[in-house]
Design a protein around this ligand. Sequence first.
Ligand SMILES: [Mn+2]
Length: 394
Amino acid sequence: MSESPEPDAVNREGAWAQRAEGRLSHRRWKEEVERGLAHGLPAADSITDRTIPTFARGELPHFAGERGTFLKCPYLEDVHDVGDAEVAIFGAPLDAGTTYRPGTRFGPQGIRRATNLFGTYSYELGVDLREQLNMVDIGDVFAIPGNLEKSFDQISKAIGHVAASGAFPVVLGGDHSIGYPTVRGLAPYVDGNIGIIHFDRHVDTQELDLDERMHTTPWFHATNIPNAPATNLVQIGIGGWQAPRAGVKVGRARGTTVMTVGDVERVGIDKIAETALELAWQGAKAVYLSFDIDVIDSGFVPGTGWPEPGGLLPREALGLVRRIAEGGLSGMELVECSPPYDWAEQTSLISARVILDTLASLVRVGRLGRRPSTRRTDAWGPYPDDTPPAPAAG
Ligand SMILES: [Mn+2]
């Protein structure tokens, strides 16, 4: 767009975002209100605001989460139709791979519930997902409790189905053992190598843990996949007293790249993100984002499998995923959110934000937001006759 931010203004981002809101449409919001009134009855006579229905049907009120989907986006029951969406969100409710605290089988539920706190619009990203992104929630994979390998097969089949349709998969974990089956399911649909950008306090590169392919092992197995080489695996936030030496040896032998929290602090998030993108994209055709919520300091994320003090600050993590998303992604997962150990939903809340900020950043630079629904009346995002928006500056 013609308008460029003033580089030296103290409120550069704030002022840009204030203007950016004025360019966003309200069309999908109006449709949602009309559907609410049509399906939920007009409100009682005493209510002055006539956009309010009798039965809550849309975003409002936020405490009424009747839809049970991520950000109250449309639910898609028939997964055969997933190709009509640009983004498909689904849960992988598995915690059989945990080696300490369990509970991540409730991760998808917790993350979806936390999204009830959010609207569809982000101020500083200048994005309204309801207006700009054709996203659906397709529910959860049927995990098989107590059987990792069968659950892995289900997860690989699920993400493969989404990838084959051309939709962008967003996986709500689940413990981190799902990192192997997600990459395994995605890799056949990438015409070349796939890089992995992995946020975590833990390397997760050992072959087995407690004699099984637990949540400490996904990248050993994923980087055995011929088009997912270890040299394209970039690990950010590693450190502390929970990194098993067995995994470190594997990473050293295979040539993974590890960046610690100290590295992030020393060189800053811009340089970390730039380098991570360079390495993950080196000779690759796609990059997958695997975000373990425990990369954030344990003081902010009590509801996780292996809380480790000294991690990233939430604003560092959000700043990093925003920049990494600008390089383009082929899918993402958010793992290790364990609501039974959470306090006041704060781990679920940050988990939801990582996903939302990643999606909105992809929309902002024009990497998502280009595929309208052609079939659904309750769809979000652009219309089929829209011209694709130019990438936003700023
Ligand atoms: Mn971890």
